[in-house]
Design a protein around this ligand. Structure first.
Ligand code: FES
Length: 109
C-alpha cells in the first residue's frame, strides 16, 4: 500500500478527503501544499523546520502520532491558537499507520 486517505479541514471549514503517498517521504504540510488547501505563503513558511508554526493543525482522530520533538514542542509553546491536540504538520510524516487521519488547519496567525 502506498497511499493513505486523510481528511483535512481547511481554514474555511471545508473538508477535503485526499490521498497521501507514504512512499515519497512527505509530511502533512507538504500534502496540504500539494493539494493547494491553503494559499501559497500561508503554510510551510520555514520549509518544514519546525520554526514557523504556519503548518499548525489540530488532530481530531485518535491516531497515535510520534511524540513531539523538542523543537516542535518549543515552537508550539510560542504559537497562537494552540490547543491540546495541536501539532506541526511538517513534523507528521505520512506512514501507513496514519490511514484515516483527520486534521484541521489552525487559523493563519
Ligand atoms: S512549516 Fe514551519 S513549522 Fe512546519
Amino acid at each position: 500500500m502506498s497511499d493513505i486517505k486523510i481528511k483535512i479541514t481547511d481554514r474555511e471549514g471545508v473538508v477535503h478527503e485526499v490521498d497521501a503517498p507514504t512512499d515519497m517521504n512527505m509530511n502533512l504540510m507538504e500534502v496540504v501544499r500539494s493539494y493547494e488547501l491553503a494559499p501559497e505563503g500561508t503554510i510551510g513558511i520555514c520549509g518544514g523546520m519546525a520554526m514557523c508554526a504556519s503548518c499548525q493543525c489540530y488532530v481530531n482522530s485518535d491516531h497515535k502520532l510520534p511524540d513531539l520533538s523538542d523543537d516542535e514542542d518549543a515552537m508550539l509553546a510560542e504559537a497562537f491558537n494552540v490547543k491540546d491536540n495541536s501539532r506541526l504538520g511538517c513534523q507528521i510524516h505520512m506512514t501507513e499507520d496514519l490511514d484515516g487521519l483527520e486534521v484541521e488547519l489552525a487559523p493563519e496567525s
